[in-house]
Ligand binder design. Structure first.
Ligand code: ZN
Length: 493
């Protein structure tokens, strides 16, 4: 177990954890949001972030502190906590972002880590190479090698009890991300940002974000705290958490406010286009859209930033509650409806259902089948795998209805979409207690038929029959031919 991170609760790939930050003498509950603070201008003061919004941790850029003479002197003399007036934990970035934007920076990993330590950062960052998406494999590999050398240098720098980030790069090559994750995990560094995903998010490539993070997660140990670096829109937090990310940083709350943009969990609105404010935060209950528009620029920016933060923190709390309740994936499904690209992200997440299944609790409160994607959830994957291990009698009737042919068979099992068959004794156990719509869909039937196929193939000696309610021909084709099937609906007609 990694000393600084303890996992308390899980749901799908998501978890509630405790990140101990010794230098700040603070324990941060994750998933956590780190508001980004520009040391040269703060829209919302760090003190207010802590007191009004409950921020336990924030992130600021040590390279900007380093490069701004008066700020640097004050940071060195008084420390970052005094400079920013923030009582929680402070993470510092290294200037890698500037490196990606402007091509070069004039500081080495040793220098910037020592500087971060000297100004009192609680979690520091080496200078990694944020390789953009879609570059050649040669370039991705070469830059990853440099990042890995920097991590090895970072291990040798004396940083006392400051935690140190070990960024995971590898561009859009999931296998390189996996290697990078494995390498980072083997260092004695502490927190693992998945880097350079911002260009993917800017292009709404949530499917690629999921593949990249899934790769990194395969390489990292299950106990590694993971930061989805640069993911600040609340719309995608649930998806990010379900993938297994624990930390998110938001510059979006302030950047969007500067452009009069209003965040919601299902997208962004321009203040100009709003006739009503769909939110009950203090800002939205005090002002109408017209009143907000009438404020002077500075004031309007501050009020919009406050709203954006309220929405962002509320979503983090909602996600934590969903993990506790065991319905994180229901929340992800809801968010996935906000935009087709988010749905792509969720569908890609389900491509990794096997990976999620490992941390998904065996028992939860409820399984709601709310879309055809539900048919591919980790619970269904697990049930199908389990079917291959269940012991079966010599003859078995699988039925959606009453065991009408029960007498002819040794046993009769229930069939429920999307899970497929199961012994009646299991019908009170999760996830077979699922709430499923009466008007079932094709994906659920396909999944149920697939479960039957797996059970039948695992038991070649057993005689099977299936009683179903009007399954379409293409679904029945999934069921092995040797299974005799009866359509109850056809019988009733
Ligand atoms: Zn609001």
């Amino acid at each position: 177990m990694r000393e600084c991170f303890e996992i308390r609760d899980t749901d799908a790939g998501g978890r509630i954890g405790r990140l101990t930050v010794p230098r700040a003498d603070v324990t941060v509950e994750t998933p956590a949001l780190l508001p980004v603070i520009n040391p040269n201008l703060d829209t919302i003061s760090p003190r207010r972030l802590a007191e009004e919004f409950g921020a336990e941790i924030l992130i600021t850029n040590s390279y900007i502190v380093y490069g701004t003479d008066d700020v640097r002197e004050r940071a060195l003399a008084d420390g970052l906590h005094d400079l920013l007036d923030f009582p929680g934990a402070i993470m510092t970035d290294s200037g890698s972002f500037q490196l990606a934007e402007y091509g070069e920076i004039d500081v080495t990993t040793e220098e910037i880590l020592e500087f971060q330590y000297e100004i009192g950062s609680d979690i520091g960052t080496p200078v990694d190479i944020p390789t953009p998406p879609d570059v050649s494999r040669e370039r991705a590999e070469a830059e990853l090698e440099t990042t890995q050398e920097r991590l090895e240098i970072a291990e040798t720098v004396d940083t006392g009890d400051m935690l140190v980030n070990a960024p995971v790069q590898g561009s859009t090559y999931p296998d390189l991300r996996e290697d990078a994750g494995r390498h980072a995990d083997a260092t004695d560094l502490d927190v693992f940002p998945v880097g350079a995903v911002v260009p993917l998010m800017n292009d709404y490539r949530y499917d690629d974000v999921v593949d990249v993070v899934a790769g990194a997660k395969r390489g990292l140990g299950a106990d590694a705290p993971v930061h989805l670096f640069g993911a600040g829109h609340p719309m995608m937090f649930a998806l990010g958490v379900a993938m297994g990310c624990d930390l998110f940083d938001s510059a979006a709350y302030a950047l969007y406010a500067r452009d009069d943009r209003y965040l919601t969990v299902s997208g962004t609105h321009h203040l100009e286009d709003l006739d009503y404010l769909p939110c009950s935060c203090p800002v939205c209950t005090e002002y109408s859209p017209e009143e907000l528009r009438a404020l002077d620029d500075e004031r309007r920016e501050e009020e919009l930033a406050a709203h954006n933060l309220h929405v962002t923190f509320a979503e983090i709390r909602r996600i934590k509650q969903a993990i506790r309740t065991g319905n994180l994936l229901e929340l992800v499904e809801e968010r996935a409806r906000a935009h087709p690209t988010m749905l792509d992200g969720y569908r890609t997440l389900l491509d990794h259902a096997d990976q999620l299944e490992r941390t998904d609790p065996v028992s939860k409160g409820s399984f709601f089948y709310v879309s055809n994607e539900s048919a591919r959830r980790p619970e269904v994957v697990r049930h199908h795998r389990r079917l291959e291990r269940l012991s079966v009698p010599d003859s078995l009737f699988l039925t959606e209805g009453k065991p009408t042919r029960g007498d002819e068979f040794d046993e009769s099992w229930r069939v429920e979409a999307p899970f497929g068959p199961f012994p009646r004794a299991l019908s009170k156990s999760y996830p077979l207690t699922a709430e499923v719509p009466d008007r079932t869909d094709h994906a659920a039937l396909r999944a149920a038929a697939d479960g039957i196929r797996r059970l039948v193939e695992a038991n070649p000696e057993t005689e099977f029959a299936l009683g179903h309610r009007g399954w379409p021909e293409d679904v029945l084709e999934t069921v092995p031919e040797r299974v005799d099937s009866i359509d109850f609906e056809a019988d009733e007609e």
